[in-house]
Design a protein around this ligand. Structure first.
Ligand code: G3I
Length: 351
């Protein structure tokens, strides 16, 4: 049971938040604002993606340091940054993010060891080579997971293995050279390098495409049946504001039914460019529904909720070539709370 004082602080903050939402935006650099903090409200980690360039951005820090207690490197812990074309390693950016997490008492989620869309260039010279390709694959996973051993809560070991429409599995250089066993191997190598870290199979559109969720769950069942050391389900939960809150909640419950920890790993809720207050309220209903879906799980399964950006301006959806003008996140460009943030807070407070 939370301390009664805590509840008053939260309600004070909520009132401030509502005030901010009505246009009296809080100063983003006003860390002392009597403001509710999501990480204080949540009985599970609340994360945000981060890139090293944001660590010196006061506006980003004002939101990230106050509301979130875990970070996921948005791209700097992926092969595209960490594995140079000549096969050498570049860990400096990921190290900076890991150091920031440690310095600010935040947890760290590793993203992502194996992804169909990365690694083609450095592995091209090894394509078709058999054992050398397999050895380099193992080396990357073991080298990376060992480096952050004891510092990450978990890894997205394999990201997005399912075909876009859910009909089968992604083609990739990993699959062409190692077959579907590349998934088994990735989890085995990650477990070897950092046995204590959680190991996630991470995918998107699992809420909006039932066929993709079915294929994902069939893959999960097969891996678990064969003793592949998958220990968590990552659902990215990139939504559109017009999606059904009930459908999203049911989909997340479906994913939780396997009893494994679930990570809502990359929440954003696209409003598109032509949004109005009605769309922001739809977005809020969805954000609240996602939070309720996590709260509905047994505590042991609540790995956490990670949003894919602190402020709307930080969203990948607000960057070219996407639609500038999209407002997909919980906080507006100045770091002020949006109805979606209040809906998450209200769901957490009601827990
Ligand atoms: O920061 C550099 C900049 O200095 C440089 O000039 C520019 C052009 O080379 O690149 C910039 O880095 C880009 C980075 O985003 C920051 O904008 C990288 O090239 C670009 O690859 C990177 O894209 C990331 C993408 O994954 C690929 O890694 C996005 O930030 C990130 O939001 C996105 O996240 C993915 C998840 O990993 C998986 N699920 C979907 C999600 C959204 O696409």
């Amino acid at each position: 049971m939370r301390h009664p004082l805590h509840r008053r602080a939260v309600l004070t903050g909520l009132a401030a938040g509502l005030g901010a939402c009505e246009g009296r935006a809080q100063s983003p650099a006003d860390p002392g604002a009597a403001y509710l903090a999501l990480k204080e409200l949540a009985p599970f980690p609340v994360g945000v993606c981060a890139e090293s360039g944001q660590l010196s951005d006061l506006g980003w820090r004002a939101v990230a340091d106050r509301h979130f207690d875990r970070i996921t490197p948005e791209f700097e812990m992926k092969m595209e940054v960490m594995l140079r074309p000549d096969g050498s390693y570049a860990f400096h950016a990921a190290d900076r993010l890991a150091a920031y997490a440690q310095a600010t008492g935040k947890r760290l989620h590793g993203h992502a060891l194996v992804w169909f869309s990365q690694g083609a260039e450095p592995f091209r010279p090894l394509e078709g080579s058999g054992a050398p390709f397999a050895a380099a694959y193992r080396n990357y996973i073991v080298e990376t997971a060992t480096r952050y051993r004891g510092r990450v809560d978990g890894w997205d070991v394999v990201n997005e293995p399912i075909a876009e429409d859910g009909d089968g599995f992604r083609d990739s250089h990993w699959r062409r050279n190692l077959g579907m066993r590349h998934i088994d191997l990735a989890f085995a190598y990650a477990a070897e390098a950092d046995p204590a870290a959680m190991r996630f199979l991470n995918e998107y559109n699992l809420e909006s495409l039932p066929a993709k969720r079915r294929t994902f769950l069939r893959l999960l069942e097969d891996l678990l049946r064969r003793g592949v050391p998958v220990t968590g389900v990552g659902t990215q939960t990139h939504l559109s504001a017009d999606e059904s809150p009930a459908t999203v909640k049911a989909a997340i419950a479906d994913l939780a039914a396997y009893g494994l920890p679930v990570h809502v790993s990359e929440l954003d809720i696209s409003t598109g460019r032509a949004w109005d207050r009605g769309v922001l309220l739809q977005q809020a209903r969805l954000a609240g529904a996602v939070t309720e879906a996590i709260l509905a799980m047994p505590a042991a399964q609540r790995y956490g909720l990670t949003v894919w950006g602190a402020r709307d301006r930080d969203s990948v959806l607000a960057r070219p070539p996407k639609a500038p003008g999209d407002r997909p996140l919980l906080f507006d460009d100045t770091g002020g709370p949006k109805p979606a943030m209040e809906a998450v807070a209200a769901a957490l407070e009601g827990a």
